[in-house]
Each structure stands twice: as structure tokens, then as C-alpha cells.
Design a protein around this ligand. Structure first.
Ligand code: AMP
Length: 196
């Protein structure tokens, strides 16, 4: 079982790249944001709870997020690998995730970080809002708030993993195809190893 984390600021292109990777390597894409949005759309108890935070650009509490993720993982035990998009987003989530990996006898194969500057993030998210209609994408203020949360709560996750596991930074300003190619080059050896 492969475990790949795609990391980066909101708007760094994680979602787009994850869809491409999931296709290329046949791994199961877990986007915690997407799962929350689906639950909100279906008005489930989890969705109703998550809505209290997501619309305001805040993070959903760790306990709820971790429970949701582990439930989702246990429903897809037979997949070849998981691709985590938007998780772990806090140090508490990273610690819980490390414990889960340990209990499952698994490890994180790689963390790929898409590097994109703030100006580009704001531009991309405002542009995305035209089609996504996501409330938290609607104004520069709410994007800045999410960037602030990213820097304060999510960037420590990168520090946590930087010397522990294989971390690869990729320039997220390149064209979608070039970013995908760079990611593919990193993942190829990981997936080839499993056939040896
Ligand atoms: P995303 O689609 O990854 O940008 O996520 C959309 C929103 O869902 C975020 O702004 C958070 O409010 C919430 N969310 C997604 N993943 C997490 C997570 N791992 N922890 C807490 N909240 C999350």
C-alpha cells in the first residue's frame, strides 16, 4: 500500500494534480475538502457540522476530520495506494496520521509540496470562484484568512515531515502538464519498487 501526500497552499493546484496522479497511478484520491463538500451538499450530520467552519474559511476541528478520514480509509482497504489531498493540515492531524500509519504497519512514501506564491494563489482562487461558487473563495479577505491559517497551522506539518520522510518540492507555477510530469518522475520509482 502506497501513501502519498500532496501538500501546498489553497489554490496551489493540488486538486488538479491529484486527479491526474490518481489516473496515472491508479491510486485512491482522498480530498478531505471534497468529502466535506459532498457531506454538506447531502446535509448529513457531518456536513452540517463542517459547514459551521468551511464557509468562514476555518479548519474543521481535528477530531472530526481524523474520524472522517479513517472511516473513509477503512471503506477502501483494497486499493493500491492512497493519495492525500488537504490532509494532514495541522500538527495534531499529522501526529494522529503517523499513529494510524504505525498501527496499520504502513508508512508515508513521499510528501510532494507544490510551491506557489501568495499573489498567484489569490489570483487563481478568485478565478476559481467564477465556477466553483465556493463561499470561502469569494473575496480576497477570506483567501488571505485561509493563507494565514495555512502559514500558521499547516506549514508546521511540512517542518514535522521535512527530516523524517522523503519530501520533494515542485514549482507549482509551471504549466499543469509540466507539474504533472515532475510529479510523475518522483512517483515512478516508488511504484516500480513494488513490482520487484
Ligand atoms: P480544500 O478543498 O482542501 O481547500 O478544503 C476546503 C475546506 O475544507 C478547508 O478550507 C477547510 O475548511 C476544510 N478542510 C479540508 N481539509 C481539512 C483538514 N484536513 N482539516 C480541517 N479542515 C479541512
Amino acid at each position: 500500500m502506497k501513501n502519498i501526500i500532496l501538500y501546498g497552499a489553497p489554490g496551489s493546484g493540488k486538486g488538479t494534480q491529484c486527479s491526474l496522479i490518481a489516473n496515472t497511478f491508479n491510486v485512491h484520491h482522498i480530498s478531505t475538502g471534497e468529502i466535506f463538500r459532498k457531506e454538506m451538499h447531502e446535509n448529513t450530520p457531518l456536513g452540517i457540522e463542517a459547514k459551521k467552519y468551511i464557509g468562514f474559511g476555518e479548519l474543521v476541528p481535528d477530531e472530526l476530520t481524523i474520524q472522517m478520514l479513517s472511516g473513509h480509509m477503512s471503506l477502501h482497504k483494497d486499493v493500491k495506494g492512497f493519495l492525500y489531498d488537504g490532509f494532514p493540515r495541522t500538527l495534531a492531524q499529522a501526529h494522529a496520521f503517523d499513529e494510524m500509519m504505525h498501527d496499520l504497519g504502513q508508512s508515508i512514501d513521499i510528501l510532494i509540496c507544490l510551491d506557489v506564491n501568495d499573489e498567484e494563489v489569490i489570483k487563481r482562487i478568485l478565478n476559481r470562484y467564477k465556477t466553483s461558487g465556493r463561499q470561502e473563495d469569494s473575496s480576497e479577505d477570506s483567501i488571505l484568512k485561509r493563507l494565514h491559517i495555512y502559514k500558521n497551522e499547516t506549514m508546521p506539518v511540512l517542518d514535522h515531515y521535512e527530516n523524517k520522510i522523503h519530501v520533494k518540492h515542485i514549482d507549482g507555477l509551471m504549466d499543469v502538464e509540466d507539474v504533472h510530469l515532475a510529479i510523475t518522475e518522483e512517483l515512478n520509482p516508488i511504484f516500480t519498487e513494488s513490482h520487484i
